[in-house]
Design a binder for this molecule. Sequence first.
Ligand code: PHE
Length: 517
Amino acid sequence: QLVLDVLDREGSIKDTRTLTLPGSNEPDASSDAQITILGALNSLSSREMIKYDAHEVFTHVLTAEGAAIVKDGSHEARVWNALSSTPVPAADLKKLVGDETAKVGQGRAFKNGWIGKTGDGLIRTAETISDVTQEELKEIQTTGSLNAGEKVLADLRKRKLVVQKKGQWFTVKKGAEFSTSIAKPETDLTSDMLTSGKWKSSKFKKYNFEAEGIPTSGGALHMLLKVREEIRSIFLEMGFAEMPTQSYVESGFWCFDALFVPQQHPARDLQDTFYLSDPAKADQPDKAYYERVSRTHEHGDYGSIGYRAPWQHDESSKLLLRTHTTASSAHMLYKLAAKCRGENVDEDEQGAGVSQTSAEGTADDGFRPAKLFSIDRVFRNETMDATHLAEFHQVEGVVADRNLTLADLIGFMRVFFQKMGIEKVRFKPAYNPYTEPSLEIFAFHPMLNKWVEVGNSGMFRPEMLEPMGFPKDVRVHGWGLSLERPTMIRYGINNIRTLVGHKVPIDAVEASPAPTF
Ligand code: PHE
């Protein structure tokens, strides 16, 4: 408004440093004031109410040392002040004016002819002095420049008493849309304006093509899905193929028996596993395979003494919600061994992740190495608490090849977890009915500052692999982990209900970035 009023009264503004800003009572040439004015000029010129030109100036401002000289005099003047006609030893001068002033001031005072030296010390030689440096600095402090000119200014800069500062000032003219009041332009063209014809006389605000715009709202991947994508890409990058895992419902046979989990195992209890009531029974698996599995359980085979407990077909045919994705792995491994069983299979049918070469020099017994993975939902009849739900996701990988060793499994684990950003891993002997040896995997969690269990793994037992038809030298190792745990760690979530269910904060889902591993 000040700019508009002055323009209205005087036609133009030749120098904005002459303006007296509201709230002040004298013209303000400071760079802060000019920055404030520039804001107003930009806003007025975008409405074409004014035009302005910017000019650069160099002003000088005092350093802390310069300001001290204005207050107490230059070093040389302070030295002269401390002396008289009675000689003062140089060491005493230091005590009077300080080391720094004594050092800098003595030389200049000598040069000016203000002081002299006798055998006993320093004395005044000038009756009166005029402290030119102090006077110059005073002038700079009030005007920002010096009449004496650039040569003296350059010397003061070199002495670090002043610094040069770049500033701006402006000349202002009326623009095409000049007016003394700022009209609020229309921001929208409305149907009312169109029907009344008001649009013809309306002033519209210019489009700002630089504006960022309102973020569009769209779907966002849930944290679990983001982490699942990341882990999936790690598997794919390592040459794994994804297993089909769409069957949430499995039979006791595929979920447990095929894996050599004893029929009396507590994991198969009602307290741990959800069973289906309708339909309650599964179809019979391939008869020959079924008999090999039941025989291995009941009497033993393939070098195993078995569990020597009566086989119950009823237990085997129960339908249930799978308790682990290892049930799907069992289906896939059984399929992988088809050719070893002498069945006719189209090799293309075996899918990706299955190597088409058999080891050199060995007779082709139909075995093809494979690397398979899955990430999907499993169900357990758990007591629900802050970290457990009755359903969660398992990440699982299996590798089948001849003569794999435990070292292969450990090496694989290290690489896999390293790709997930987990560098420090430790292995602990564990027990699984279907693997021997079995290893629990622990990772060091820097935020929690402790080792946490991140997975379970092992070499599948011959009692599981040989009934499927795999040759004796084929080893399969596998590992599993939950998807929820790394996701909760990654996003710092400590209650599972923040991740799954009706309490999930939607904005947190939208704001959570994809993991970096
Ligand atoms: N199925 C195991 C679990 O639920 C994980 C696992 C998979 C262990 C493969 C060994 C081999 O914890």
